[in-house]
Write a protein that binds this ligand. Structure first.
Ligand code: SF4
Length: 332
C-alpha cells in the first residue's frame, strides 16, 4: 500500500467529497499547501537523482482542463480523468517524457465533473463511443488510494450508451470484481516477460499476478484485452517474448482465451529518459541503444524501421501460432 511521505494539496480540494475523504485519510501525513498542481517549484527544481524520492509524494488538486483527444485504437477518445502520473517507476514511462521528473502521482478530486462530461458526450453521440480513462496514469493503482474505479463504474453503468476502458500493470483488481458493470468496461492488462518487469518496471505487479488478475476480471464478466507493451529489444528479446506468449497460452483461462484481443507496442524512448534513468537508476540496464534506435523528433527515439518490421513480423507470427482465433488490433 502506497504511503505518501508528504502531501502537496490545493486548498479547493476540501470543497469536494473525495478531497475531504483524502484529507481525513491522510491526516497524519505532513502537508504543504500549493497554488497549482502543475507547477510545484520545490519538486520541479530537484535533481534527476531525486526522481524516486519525488515519487513518494502525493499531489492532490482539482483538474482544470478536460479536453478529450480523438483516438483510433481501442477507444474513440483519450479522456483526462482522476489522476496523472504514478507512484511506480517504469524506466520507459511516457509520462516521464511529458512531465519530466514530475511524473509523481497526482489525484484530482473533481471526479463528478469529469465523469459527467464523459456521460453527456456518450449520450449525445449517435455511435457507441469508447472512452480511454487510463491514459495518464494507472487506475488500478490509483484505486487503492481513492476507490475511484468502483465509484466510476457504478455511476456509469446506467448510461444508455458508451464504454469505458483502461490499461493496467497491476493485479489489485478485487475491488471491482463485484461491481455491476453491465458489460460497459474493457479492462486491458499490460504484460511483459517477468525478467523485463523485474529489471525495468519498478514497483509494478509481477507477471503471474497480472495474469491471475485478468482471469479474475473475465470471470467477473469484464471485456478484456492484453497489451504486450512495450516490447523492449534486449539481446535475447525474441526468446523472452516467445516464452511470454507461451506462458499466456498456458495460464490464461479458457474464457479469456475465447475473446481476448491483443495490442502490441514497441518501446519508444527519449533523451529525457536517458538523463533521468542514468542518474536515478545508475545500476539499471541501459534501454537506449544507438545502433538499434533512430530519432523521431523532439528528443524522442524509436527502433529503426528494419528492426521494427522484423519485430512486428515476429510478434504477429508467434501470436498467430498460439492465439490463432484472437484479434491483434494493431502493432505499433
Ligand atoms: S505503471 Fe504505467 S503509469 Fe506507472 S510508471 Fe509504469 S508505465 Fe508509467
Amino acid at each position: 500500500m502506497f504511503k505518501p511521505k508528504t502531501i502537496f494539496y490545493e486548498k479547493e480540494i476540501i470543497n469536494y467529497e473525495l478531497g475531504k475523504e483524502l484529507m481525513e485519510k491522510y491526516k497524519a501525513i505532513p502537508k504543504i499547501e500549493i497554488e497549482n498542481h502543475n507547477n510545484i517549484e520545490e519538486l520541479r527544481k530537484s535533481e534527476n537523482k531525486e526522481f524516486l524520492n519525488l515519487k513518494n509524494n502525493l499531489i492532490i488538486g482539482v483538474r482544470k482542463t478536460h479536453n478529450f483527444v480523438e483516438n483510433h485504437k481501442v477507444s474513440d477518445y483519450l479522456v483526462p480523468y482522476t489522476s496523472s502520473g504514478c507512484s511506480a517507476a517504469c524506466m520507459y514511462c511516457y509520462l516521464v517524457c511529458n512531465y519530466n521528473k514530475c511524473s509523481y502521482l497526482r489525484l484530482f478530486v473533481n471526479r463528478e465533473h469529469m465523469l459527467d462530461k464523459i456521460i453527456k458526450t456518450a449520450e449525445k453521440s449517435e455511435r457507441n463511443l469508447t472512452f480511454e480513462i487510463g491514459s495518464n496514469s494507472d487506475l488500478i493503482l490509483e484505486n487503492t488510494i481513492t476507490g475511484n474505479l468502483p465509484w466510476t463504474i457504478e455511476n456509469f453503468k446506467n448510461t444508455s450508451k458508451g464504454m469505458l476502458t483502461f490499461p493496467t500493470k497491476f493485479d489489485m483488481v478485487d475491488d471491482i470484481l463485484n461491481v455491476d458493470h453491465k458489460g460497459k468496461v474493457i479492462a486491458r492488462m499490460s504484460v511483459n516477460p517477468d525478467e523485463i518487469i523485474k529489471q525495468v518496471e519498478f514497483g509494478t505487479s509481477r507477471l503471474k499476478g497480472r495474469i491471475e488478475a485478468i482471469n479474475k476480471l473475465k470471470e467477473a464478466g469484464y471485456k478484456v484485452g492484453i497489451l504486450i507493451a512495450p516490447v523492449i529489444m534486449v539481446d535475447n528479446w525474441k526468446e523472452l517474448y516467445l516464452e511470454l506468449i507461451k506462458q499466456l497460452e498456458r495460464c490464461l483461462s479458457p474464457q479469456v482465451k475465447k475473446e481476448v484481443f491483443f495490442e502490441v507496442i514497441f518501446m519508444t524512448y527519449s533523451y529525457v529518459h536517458t538523463k533521468i534513468n542514468e542518474e536515478a537508476f545508475p545500476n539499471a540496464i541501459n534501454l537506449y541503444s544507438k545502433d538499434q534506435m533512430t530519432g523521431r523528433g523532439r528528443g524522442k527515439y524509436m527502433y529503426r524501421n528494419e528492426l521494427r518490421k522484423d519485430g512486428e513480423a515476429f510478434m504477429r507470427e508467434q501470436l498467430g501460432k498460439y492465439f490463432s482465433n484472437n484479434k491483434i488490433l494493431y502493432v505499433v
